[in-house]
Design a protein around this ligand. Structure first.
Ligand SMILES: CCCCCCC[C@H](O)CC(=O)SCCNC(=O)CCNC(=O)[C@H](O)C(C)(C)COP(=O)([O-])OP(=O)([O-])OC[C@H]1O[C@@H](n2cnc3c(N)ncnc32)[C@H](O)[C@@H]1OP(=O)([O-])[O-]
Length: 690
């Protein structure tokens, strides 16, 4: 909707009304068309101001409408009509003018913004381009180079930058509508031709003159054609899905019925971090950047001394990189666990060893004051077991950060069967304050992200046994869009991490027979043998690849690995075959996706969006593929099921390839779209189908 009012004097005020960001839905577009007509016809009106309600000008086209046919008045002629009005029209920009919102403002003759407003053309992040004249008007206003920068990066810019670039006519710290009204009154009666951006020539560097001989009309036609192509592309749908899934996960819910809207969060101002290894240091910085005071505890003197040098430097660097709204919190270092007695929340980040973590939790519960939230940064250990040794198990949750913790966007908030809604709400809100995408997940080995990683890694190892090289596997995955293939990634994170976990699970180590079947299923001893050869990845300069030296970054193919693989195959009587990239992708990705269905079935994630957000923000899943569950829908659930059946038939000793019941059920009901799975799962659960 758009509301029309006549202000004292001769100014018509049009207010966009579509909470929360006044997106240009069909109703809003209709409202604008009607109110602009009204202003045009009213002889008493000499000028017009367009603003948005509730402190937001406009967040752009209504992305929710992209899924269906476009109804209502189209945006392009609507903006052209505003530009053609013969009374001055000003956009009063507060909050945001993004995408179609900025394009609407560019159709106005003047633009006045509040100093805190953000402007931009972020369409590229949704797989689109500015399709309502933005690609044509912006270069005509600020030149080709600056416009290209904004259009291709999609970045949001401040009002100050927009003023400097020439997008805005005025910036104010006061009420922006009042300023805009005053502005249009002042300019009423002045000629408007030079303010109609679509009619202006495009200022551009001399060398591209010849490229830009096309007229405006041609440009607009091109914009429309390209937009139509983009609209119908899978990538645009995936990027728009990723936009919404990032927001859906904030609206968390637990199987108990507790959810974001019925659970109160505590606001944390003082926290502690136990353990100052790589993860602990990053967590201290992430907390301090949010303005929280942190007690950073490390019992090993050498590690403490190193951390007290490194952490302030990291904080300073990061604070400099972001322009912080609040000053960073104070960090105090200590070797004494007693010093955490006054904090409201503790995050334990010691070595990934259950007996050590239990020891820390026993200690914490005795030194912290009652009511302190106790969190663990474990990447997969049982939260409930930790909760069991504390006086208040309800106040224990997992906060699984990803390295480096002050940079990576993902946070898995792990609730155990006894975690209170307040504890979950507080951890989720704290994650949000740290700028993270926080996802609530259930307590199961590996939680969501690492649980799905296991079958993916497993398939990659099996592929090596069957004839692939690490490079071939990595190349197929990188071609799909991962920044790093599985072997390069393993070398980066350190091969000993998984080795230790497998030893703890009794899968390898002294006394375990070196067979290719362990604990009743196919097992590849390849990664254990690589570790036994002292090759732990980048940190030792050797792993699945070779590097220039310990800590080297550039992976090069290593003849040692090829000889090792050949010897291994010969020892086990395996005949290497040539494996196509398609098979590599199917085996790795479909095994991972299948585990995602198992996770949904077990209610360890509330919906497919949660899994997809985890993979996009924590595991490098290419955003333009939406996430593993979205991708499954794009490929077709029937196809995924059929390929899993095929691979499981060939490898019956690999349980991860056995299609999940949920996948079968979804295919049986006609493969409904991913957005409806959450509801379907809940219904199936009620009827005990899962
Ligand atoms: C031939 C056809 C012609 C077509 C022409 C194309 C025109 C144009 O070029 C294309 C576009 O404009 S593309 C668009 C270009 N624009 C963009 O890409 C801007 C995208 N938006 C943002 O970047 C952020 O939301 C803001 C910075 C606006 C606010 O951030 P914040 O304060 O942290 O808040 P938050 O939590 O982020 O969002 C709050 C709620 O608002 C919702 N919502 C938001 N925008 C929406 C939209 N456009 N729509 C619908 N909904 C939108 C959001 O889902 C959430 O809903 P929930 O139900 O409460 O969960």
């Amino acid at each position: 909707m758009a509301m029309y009012s006549r202000l004292p004097g001769s100014v018509a005020l049009i207010t966009l009304q579509n909470p929360p960001v006044n997106a240009l839905s069909a109703a809003v577009r209709q409202g604008i068309v009607d109110t602009v007509q009204r202003a045009l016809k009213d002889p008493k009106v000499t000028s017009v101001v367009i603003c948005g309600q509730n402190g937001k000008f406009c967040g752009g086209a209504d992305i929710r409408e992209f899924a269906g046919p476009m109804l209502g008045p189209p945006l392009v002629p609507m903006i052209h009509a505003i530009e053609a009005v013969d009374k001055p029209v000003a956009a009063a920009i507060e909050g945001v003018a993004l995408g179609g919102g900025l394009e609407l403002a560019l159709g106005c003759h003047y633009r006045i913004a509040h100093s805190k407003a953000l402007l931009g053309l972020p369409e590229v992040t949704l797989g689109l381009l500015p399709g309502a004249g933005g690609s044509q008007r912006l270069p005509r206003l600020i030149g080709l180079t600056a416009a290209l920068d904004l259009i291709t990066t999609g970045r949001h810019i401040s009002a100050a930058e927009a003023l400097k670039l020439g997008i805005l006519d005025q910036v104010t710290d006061n009420n922006v509508v009042d300023q805009a009204v005053e502005f249009v009154r002042r300019v009423a009666g002045q000629p408007l031709d030079s303010r109609r951006l679509s009619t202006l020539p495009c200022p551009c560097p001399p060398d591209v003159d010849s490229l830009l001989d096309k007229a405006m009309v041609k440009g607009m036609e091109k914009e429309r054609d390209l937009l139509t192509t983009l609209f119908n592309s899978g990538q645009a749908r995936a990027l728009q899905y990723a936009f919404f899934s990032q927001r859906v996960v904030g609206k968390w819910s637990l199987p108990s019925g507790a959810s974001w809207d019925n659970s109160a969060a505590r606001t944390i101002s003082k926290a502690a971090v136990i353990g100052l290894g790589t993860m602990g240091r990053g967590i201290v910085v992430a907390l301090a950047l949010t303005g929280i005071s942190v007690v950073a505890v490390e019992t090993q003197e050498k590690q403490l001394a190193e951390a007290s040098q490194a952490v302030p430097a990291m904080l300073q660097r990061e604070a400099g990189r972001r322009s912080l709204a609040t000053p960073p919190g104070v960090i105090s270092f200590s070797s004494n666990l007693q010093d955490v007695s006054e904090v409201e929340l503790v995050i334990e980040a010691v070595f990934e060893d259950m007996s050590l973590k239990l020891q820390v939790f026993r200690h914490l519960t005795s030194v912290c004051r009652p009511g302190t939230l106790l969190c663990s940064n474990t990447s997969g250990l049982d939260i409930d077991q930790l909760a069991a040794v504390t006086q208040s198990p309800g106040l224990v949750v997992g906060m699984h950060f990803f390295a480096p913790a002050h940079v990576m966007k993902l946070l898995e908030v792990v609730y155990g069967p006894r975690s209170s809604p307040e504890a979950v709400a507080t951890a989720m809100q704290l994650g949000k304050r740290m700028g993270k995408v926080s996802v609530a997940v259930g307590n199961c080995p590996g939680f969501v992200g690492n649980r799905m990683l296991k079958p993916y890694l497993e398939q990659a190892n099996f592929l090596l046994e069957e004839g692939a090289t690490p490079q071939q596997v990595d190349e197929a995955l990188e071609e799909f869009g991962f920044p790093m293939g599985v072997f390069r990634m393993s070398d980066l994170s350190g091969l000993d991490v998984g080795w230790r976990i497998r030893k703890e699970a009794g899968l390898t180590g002294p006394g375990v027979e070196s067979t290719r079947t362990r604990q009743g299923r196919r097992y590849s001893p390849l990664p254990d043998q690589v570790c036994e050869a002292g090759r732990l990845g980048q940190k030792t300069g050797r792993g699945w690849y070779q590097y220039d030296g310990p800590g080297g970054r550039v992976a090069r193919s290593d003849p040692w690995v090829h000889i090792f693989l050949e010897a291994y195959r010969a020892e086990h009587g395996l005949v290497a075959r040539s494996i196509a990239p398609e098979e590599i992708l199917e085996r790795c990705l479909y095994a991972l996706i299948n585990e995602g269905f198992n996770i949904l079935q077990d209610a360890m994630a509330a919906g497919p969006e949660d899994i997809d957000a985890i993979y996009v923000f924590g595991y490098g899943w290419p955003r333009h593929h939406g996430g593993p569950m979205f991708h499954a829908g794009q490929v077709g659930l029937g196809r995924i099921l059929e390929r899993l059946q095929h691979h499981h038939h060939n490898h019956p000793d690999v349980p991860h390839l056995k299609p999940s019941t949920l996948l079968r059920r979804l295919v049986a009901v006609g493969s409904p779209p991913v957005q409806t799975w959450r509801e379907f799962i809940n219904k199936e659960r009620v009827h005990s189908q899962l």
